[in-house]
Ligand binder design. Sequence first.
Ligand SMILES: [Zn+2]
Length: 134
Amino acid sequence: MSDETWIPQPSEETQPFFDGAKEGKLRLQACGDCNAWFFPLVHICQNCGSTNLSWQDASGRGTVYSWAQLQRPYHPRHRDRLPLILAQIDIEEGARLNSNVVGVEPENLKVGDAVEVTFEQFDDGGVLPVFKPV
Ligand SMILES: [Zn+2]
């Protein structure tokens, strides 16, 4: 498990994702030809091969596909947040996101639970989408 996997790094190409988060939107790439959604960044639609990709605001609704608890800090942003719930979230639009689930005790979280996006602001100024139970 690397930081690159769990904590997206801003770059010129991924900037719309981070700008979206600052605006309170879950902004992801979507294919204009087949309407498949992607995370992380792709350059060609993995569903139909199209390059007609654009950034769109997702509904922010999803379900928990899998999750685990992080007990040790692997990144400065983990401090004061442990145990942190690392989760894969299947969003309504079809993409699977690595994120965190907040606002729930681990013993009360189940695979298949409905969640919705919320946003966490970090001391370093970054903002990331995370999910909370509906
Ligand atoms: Zn496509």
